[in-house]
Design a protein around this ligand. Structure first.
Ligand code: TXA
Ligand code: MG
Length: 317
C-alpha cells in the first residue's frame, strides 16, 4: 500500500517491520538497524546476498558518533558540507553496529538523506534505518513509490509516499585512505563537487579489486530489455533496424525513430536533469516491451560520468 502516513510507517519499523521509504536519491527498503529480524527481512525481500552491506540512514550529523568511530577530519568536514544529501561515508564501524549490516566488514556506510518525509520519519524513531535501494538485486532502482510497489507487492506492506525522487540516482559512496578520499560508487554528488572539498579523489576501480561496494558490481541496475550504449546513434539505430527499439538520448530528438519509444532526458542539456530522469526513463522504456534500448553515451564529466557508469553496468550481459 502506498501511503503518506508517517505514523503508520513508524509503527511498522518500531515492530521489526520493513517499509519502502523515499529519499532524494532513490527509494529505500528500510528497517531498524538494531533489529536482527528487520535486517534479515531486508536481505530476504531484496534477495540480496548477505555479503553486500547496507547503508545506515541517520537524521543528523550529530548521530554519526553512534554509528562510526575514529572519523577522519576530512570526513567530518564532508558530513558538515554535504548532509543532508546524496553522500554516503564509509567509516570504521561503532562496536554497536552489527556485522549483519556491514556484511562482516569493520567499516559502515552511513548518510543523512535529504528528503523531508525521510527526515520526519527518522525524527520519530530512536534508532536509525538500514536501507538498500528498494529494488530486487541487480534491477533498476526505484524512483517512485509505484516502482517499489510493483517490485515487491504485499511483501512490503507500506511504501511511504514521497513523490518522485529529486536526484534520481543513488548516493555517491566515499571512503578514506588516510586523509585521501576514495570514491567507491559514483552517484548523485559528482566527483568534481567532492574534489572541491577533498582535493583529488581516487576512483575505486571495479569489483575485481574487492567486492566491497557491490554498487561496483559490473552487472547492475539492469532493465529487462537489452541495453546497448553507443557513441554513434545513427549507426546503432540502423544496425538494429529489424528490432523494436527504445531510444534514450541526452537532448536530441531523432526523426527516424518512433517518438513514442524515445525518451529525451534533458532537452536543455542539463546533466543534473538527465541524471534525475535516467532510472524513470529506463523503467518507462522497459514497460513498453521494446526489444532493445539504445542509449547515447554522455559527456564524461560531472553527472555525465555517473550516468555513463550506470549505463555501462546496466548494459553488461
Ligand atoms: O542513495 C542511496 O545510497 C540509496 C538510498 C536508499 O539511500 N541506497 C542505496 O543502497 O543505494 P544500496 O544498498 O543499493 O547500495 C549501497 C551500496 C552497496 O553498493 C554497498 O556495497 C555499499 O553501499 N556499501 C555498504 N556498506 C559498505 C562498506 N562498509 N564499504 C563499502 N561499501 C559499502
Ligand atoms: Mg542498490
Amino acid at each position: 500500500m502506498i501511503s503518506k502516513d508517517i505514523e503508520l510507517a513508524a509503527e511498522i519499523v518500531k515492530n521489526d517491520g520493513v517499509i519502502g521509504f523515499p529519499t532524494e536519491t532513490v527509494y529505500g527498503l528500510a528497517g531498524n538497524i538494531y533489529s536482527t529480524k528487520a535486517v534479515n527481512k531486508i536481505y530476504s525481500i531484496k534477495q540480496r546476498p548477505l555479503h553486500n552491506p547496507l547503508i545506515v540512514h541517520i537524521k543528523e550529523v550529530g548521530d554519526l558518533d553512534q554509528i562510526a568511530i575514529e572519523i577522519p577530519e576530512i570526513a567530518g568536514i564532508m558530513a558538515q558540507k554535504f548532509w543532508p544529501g546524496p553522500l554516503t561515508l564509509v567509516l570504521k564501524k561503532h562496536p554497536n553496529i552489527s556485522e549483519l549490516i556491514t556484511a562482516g566488514h569493520q567499516t559502515v556506510a552511513v548518510r543523512v538523506p535529504n528528503h523531508p518525509i525521510a527526515l520526519a520519519l527518522l525524527r520519530q524513531l530512536d534508532f536509525p534505518l538500514a536501507a538498500p535501494s528498494a529494488n530486487p538485486f541487480g534491477s533498476i532502482s526505484p524512483t517512485t513509490p509505484e516502482h517499489v510497489e510493483a517490485y515487491f507487492k504485499e511483501k512490503v506492506p507500506v511504501v511511504l509516499d514521497g513523490g518522485n525522487c529529486k536526484e534520481g540516482i543513488e548516493s555517491t559512496i566515499v571512503g578514506f585512505k588516510g586523509e585521501s578520499a576514495v570514491i567507491y560508487r559514483l552517484g548523485s554528488l559528482s566527483k568534481e563537487e567532492i574534489e572541491k572539498v577533498t582535493g583529488p579523489a581516487i576512483l575505486f576501480n571495479k569489483a575485481e579489486e574487492a567486492p566491497e561496494a557491490p554498487g561496483m558490481l559490473s552487472k547492475h541496475y539492469a532493465p529487462q530489455s537489452t541495453l546497448y550504449v553507443t557513441d554513434n546513434l545513427s549507426e546503432s539505430i540502423s544496425k538494429f533496424s529489424d528490432k523494436k527499439i527504445g531510444l534514450l538520448t541526452f537532448r536530441q530528438h531523432r526523426e527516424e525513430q518512433n517518438s513514442k519509444h524515445q525518451v529525451i532526458l534533458s532537452p536543455i542539456g542539463s546533466l543534473k536533469e538527465a541524471a534525475s530522469k535516467l532510472y524513470t526513463a529506463l523503467h518507462e522504456l522497459d514497460a513498453m516491451k521494446v526489444d532493445i534500448i539504445i542509449a547515447e553515451r554522455f559527456p564524461d564529466h560531472d553527472l555525465g560520468r555517473t550516468i555513463n557508469d550506470r549505463l555501462e553496468r546496466a548494459s553488461k550481459q
